[in-house]
Design a protein around this ligand. Structure first.
Ligand SMILES: *Cc1c(COP(=O)(O)O)cnc(C)c1O
Length: 434
């Protein structure tokens, strides 16, 4: 697989180089240089293939020049002990549940594939790496769970003391072993600043092989494309299917568009946002105006300037009208989100988390406002129990915590408290990991 930066399509790197770099040196984001036509494979899948089969076959086609057949198989088997599940909901709407991984959110797919592919490349070269990352909660817990037990990788996660939920804190701090949690006396912005400064610090960099694992890493996007292929394969080939994606930083939608570039058969995508709707606004007006984010019930989508939009623009060569042919935009308010959770619960007995509810509301609206008779597949990005306050507001009671989440609450928190200075972070890194 060959990749290049959105800002310099001429400088080519391999998948391995791209995942260890994260961001391209010119500040751009990595994207495939070209898209193989996989439509023959897709049309053969119809219903019978498991998610693991789909992931393995796609990884073989895409990464076969960098990983042996055995390594590809090991990669997918290790990364995906969990699968998406499709659930028929009501007339024309189905849900692709992406929350059956360790932290009950779709980010488990990307984090797990990235962690496992890094470990494989490192093992082949007898190298090690240190992942340094800051989190406000959810991304960090997916990273902690994905990298836990990887022998060649140490992970250092900074989080703001007192500002993550008790469950998130346990998921960040109870992994132990190679996952080091740093509880910072400061804000999330402090954590991000400290990480940024450590990355460019010569003392740290001469001693430690630092790398990042944040959400712009192509190693997290690529495996997300696999579940679009799997989800689509659960319908007959001739069935028109449109895919609705609850979106914040637009990584998930970018992965869907990559699958579409490989020849995935779809009528198009619905990009559903909360009131942080800069992309739906762009699709309507052709003008992109970044702004500060506002807080909503679907808080993992509170993004005012989504970083992956640069990738989407690049895939469509900055052409607004061709993007509009493939992507519909829809913005959903908190009131509509709560109403959707309540009404879907009443009609179908199915509970949605607030992010999935944004997608579901957009799908319903689309079906009501158009003549389109396509099936709509709504991606369910998190388990409703992760957002029990909003669910409580909608239906008057709280969903039960799945066992694998409840189990974290009994685990022991192990974290090192530090102040909000880069000096303290440097000392920890050098003393603990050199
Ligand atoms: C991260 C996240 C999203 C948004 O996904 P993007 O790839 O950033 O668009 C939606 N729902 C949940 C639950 C998330 O954690």
């Amino acid at each position: 697989m060959k990749l290049s930066s959105t800002r310099d399509r001429a400088r080519i790197v391999s998948y391995k180089e791209a995942i260890f770099q994260g961001l391209a040196p010119d500040g751009g984001l990595y994207l495939p240089v070209s898209y193989p036509d996989l439509s023959d494979l897709f049309s053969r899948l119809e219903g019978s293939a498991s998610f693991l089969d789909v992931a393995t076959e796609l990884s073989r086609r895409l990464l076969g020049d960098e990983l042996s057949g055995d390594d590809v198989e090991k990669l997918c088997r290790t990364a995906f002990p969990f699968s998406p599940r499709i659930v028929r909901s009501e007339n024309h709407i189905s849900i692709l549940e992406l929350f059956h991984g360790p932290t009950c959110a779709f980010k488990d797919f990307g984090a797990s594939f990235l962690a496992t592919s890094m470990e494989l490349f490192l093992a082949n070269e007898s190298r090690r790496a240190v992942i340094l990352t800051a989190t406000s909660g959810d991304t960090g817990s997916a990273v902690a769970q994905a990298f836990k037990g990887k022998n060649l990788i140490d992970v250092v996660i900074l989080y703001p003391s007192g500002r993550v939920s008790p469950l998130q804190e346990k998921q960040l701090t109870a992994a132990g072993g190679n996952v080091h949690a740093l509880e910072v006396r400061g804000s999330f912005d402090d954590c991000q600043r400290m990480v940024k400064e450590a990355f460019v610090d010569p003392d740290v960099n001469t001693i430690l092989p630092l790398t990042s694992a944040n959400s712009i890493n192509i190693g997290r996007l690529l495996p997300q494309a696999f579940y679009y292929v799997y989800g689509r394969s659960q319908y007959a080939n001739e069935q028109p299917v449109r895919i609705c994606v609850p979106s914040g930083n637009f990584g998930n939608l970018t992965a869907g568009i990559i699958a579409w570039k490989w020849g995935l058969k779809t009528e198009g995508f619905i990009a559903a946002t909360n009131v942080n709707d800069v992309v739906p606004e762009y699709l309507k007006s052709s003008v992109y105006t970044a702004r500060s984010s506002v807080h909503t019930y679907s808080n993992a989508m509170d993004v005012g300037d989504p970083s992956n939009f640069e990738r989407i623009l690049s895939i469509f060569d900055n052409d607004w009208s061709s993007m509009r042919k493939v992507i519909e935009g829809a913005a959903v308010t908190d009131t509509e989100t709560v109403e959707t959770i309540g009404s879907v619960w009443e009609r179908t007995g199915k509970l949605l988390d607030p992010h999935t509810a944004v997608g579901y509301c957009a799908a319903k609206r689309y079906l009501a406002e158009t003549e389109d008779k396509s099936e709509i597949l709504v991606l369910a990005t998190a388990h409703p129990a992760k957002f029990s306050e909003v669910v409580q507001k909608s239906i008057g009671s709280s969903p039960e915590l799945p066992d694998r989440l409840a189990a974290y609450l009994d685990k022991k928190k192990v974290a090192t408290m530090i102040g909000n200075t880069t000096g303290e972070l440097k000392s920890f890194l050098i003393e603990t990991l050199k």
